[in-house]
Design a binder for this molecule. Structure first.
Ligand SMILES: Nc1ncnc2c1ncn2[C@@H]1O[C@H](COP(=O)(O)OP(=O)(O)OP(=O)(O)O)[C@@H](O)[C@H]1O
Ligand SMILES: [Mg+2]
Length: 333
């Protein structure tokens, strides 16, 4: 990638707390990262590590009992945390749009596919005539591999995979600057998923989209993402160029995660690696590094103090004591 990366979003010190009956749950904890214009940034990590919460927080879509408890989201130079409701409505859809996993809950059963798309366009661009909106919808839907005749269908008449593609279309139709795709292709079969992810990449090139892609499919993200962010227990474990992170994972969690990915070339005598332990309960996360109870390389300091997210080489950030000087007093304790 070129060195002239232009930053679209700066996330700084972002925290999200859910106020549950068992007390506050820290789902996203002081997370900082940048999203560059035109990139696909993959976000991976075990279930419950805060990926969806982080994605929603970028749109300020955290609903009670959750709240953004700290931080800033600087989008193209403006702090989204300062937006009022009207500014937020405009921001969502036009600047940032989110594609969710479950199409049936987001599509209106009595609205045809074309009506969904036209409405999405006209809510944000009231001046666009219906015919123009329809033309745009048609072009997009064909790019996503759905015949334009299906635009007259109702959601229940489509297969699950087609519905998901309509959802993706709804996310793309406004040409938002940033697309947050949260497991947008997970429910599809592997062949369709691979095709669609490839399509994402083409659309990115064509419309200069920026995509934050949250997914369980680490093998596919390796092929389409430019950079990858690994999350653990609500925090950033590691960020870097995708090939660097895959070839040389630095954080012991990243290493474990990558070793857990099934590999088709796995020798039949080899057993798939399973990482020991469980992610912590985020209502009572462990002291120090949140990963230390599962970490084979844990040192005394790891249980005592949290490391900082440190840039160990240009663009490579790791949240681990292995890459940071230990404070004297604790190291000798
Ligand atoms: N509405 C809510 N109320 C209370 N706790 C919540 C709520 N939504 C999420 N959480 C908690 O916040 C933490 C992070 O959840 P989140 O859904 O963001 O994780 P995730 O990484 O997207 O997981 P998955 O891979 O399963 O989608 C979890 O501990 C979850 O139980
Ligand atoms: Mg999720």
């Amino acid at each position: 990638m070129s060195n002239q990366k232009e930053t679209l979003v700066q996330v700084r010190d972002l925290s999200v707390t859910y106020h549950t009956r068992l007390g506050p749950l820290s789902a996203v904890d002081h997370v900082s990262f940048d999203i560059y214009k035109g990139e696909i940034l993959g976000v991976v990590g075990e279930s419950g590590c805060g990926k969806s919460t982080m994605g929603k927080a970028l749109m300020r879509l955290i609903m009670p009992p959750g709240e953004i408890s700290s931080g800033h989201i600087i989008f193209d130079g403006e702090d989204v945390m300062q937006y009022d409701q009207k500014q937020l409505r405009d921001f969502r859809g036009r600047r940032i749009s989110m594609i969710f996993q479950d199409p049936m809950t987001s599509l209106n059963p009595v609205q045809r596919v074309d009506e969904h798309l036209i409405e999405a366009i006209q809510v944000h661009e009231p001046q666009t005539p219906v015919e123009a909106a329809l033309r745009r919808a048609r072009t997009l839907i064909e790019k996503l591999g759905i015949q334009k005749e299906r635009l007259r269908d109702y959601p229940h008449q489509l297969s699950g995979g087609m519905r998901q593609r309509v959802m993706i279309g709804l996310g793309l139709v406004l040409n938002a600057d940033l697309i947050v795709a949260d497991e947008a292709t997970t429910s599809l079969d592997v062949i369709v998923e691979a095709k669609l992810l490839d399509e994402f990449k083409k659309l990115r090139d064509e419309f200069n989209l920026t995509i934050l892609m949250i997914t369980h499919n680490i093998a596919l993200i390796a092929q389409i993402a430019d950079r990858i962010m690994v999350m653990y227990a609500g925090q950033v474990a590691e960020i870097g160029d995708v090939t660097e992170v895959f070839d040389h994972p630095r954080h012991p969690y990243t290493e474990g995660l990558l070793r857990s990915v099934p590999n088709i070339e796995l020798d039949e005598r080899e057993e798939l690696y399973k990482m020991g332990g469980e992610p912590p309960n985020l209502s009572r996360p462990p002291a120090g590094c949140r990963f230390h109870p599962r970490c084979a390389q844990a040192m005394p300091i790891c249980a005592q103090r949290e490391p900082e997210l440190t840039e160990i080489s240009p663009g490579r950030f790791v949240h681990c004591w292995l890459y940071q000087d230990h404070p004297q007093e604790v190291a000798h304790a």
